[in-house]
Design a binder for this molecule. Structure first.
Ligand code: NAG
Ligand code: NAG
Ligand code: NAG
Length: 179
């Protein structure tokens, strides 16, 4: 490499670094759908902006058929190009097995680390109570997706499907932007 090429290369590297450090995640929407209202339904599901620096997501699902001893979670990520397209992940785990051994799925564990302190889903099976995710700060997600594992800029959708006894019961969609 000539000195000039070397300098250009360094400049580009610095630009990337700066872009990464200043990138920011924002939730833009959260949507919850119960696909089987006899099994359970959402009591609430919203994104709230308290002020410019404090925004959070709260979700509460009332479980009507408890206890639940068999549950699978599918997590698929999409990125918007020309419409939302599958991007990077599409994984399904047996939640009971995962909760016993968190290392069994690094992808699910990455996201579980984000929500763990804000949910009552953080114990071993069975589940015999309503499931909630309360006041998950956007800042926590921001740290995980821009510092822990930097994602490229863009609009994202994280879709989660909740499958109990091999039937899809609920769908949660988290929309966000990294800019
Ligand atoms: C935003 O609201 C939170 C919670 O009420 C508060 O602790 C924080 O100081 C507020 N931040 C600003 C910049 O007003
Ligand atoms: C994820 O994979 C499953 C099983 O291979 C498939 O049925 C499903 O359609 C996929 N989801 C997405 C969003 O691609
Ligand atoms: C969750 O709480 C534990 C213990 O208080 C703390 O060490 C950890 O950093 C928290 N994780 C997140 C993502 O906030």
């Amino acid at each position: 490499m000539s000195n000039k090429e070397c300098l250009i290369f360094q400049l580009i590297a610095i630009l990337f670094l700066v872009a990464e450090i200043t990138s920011k995640f924002e939730f833009t929407n959260v949507m919850c759908t119960s696909l089987d209202k006899e099994f359970g339904d959402f009591e609430h599901c919203y994104l709230k902006s308290v002020n410019r620096s404090y925004k959070y997501v709260s979700v509460k699902y009332n479980l009507l058929k408890s206890p639940v001893t068999k549950i699978k979670v599918n997590l698929a990520m999409f990125k918007r190009f020309n419409g939302y397209r599958p991007f990077m992940y599409n994984v399904t785990v047996d939640a009971c097995r995962f909760l016993k051994n968190r290392k069994s799925s690094p992808v699910i564990n990455f996201w579980f680390n984000v929500i763990e302190n804000y949910t009552n889903f953080n114990h071993l099976c069975p589940f015999n109570h309503d499931i909630s995710l309360e006041k998950l700060p956007v800042e926590t997600v921001n740290f995980q997706v821009t510092d822990v594992l930097p994602f490229p800029e863009g609009d994202y959708l994280i879709e989660t499907n909740w499958i109990a006894y091999d039937i899809k019961r609920a769908e949660l969609k988290f929309y966000g932007t990294i800019s």
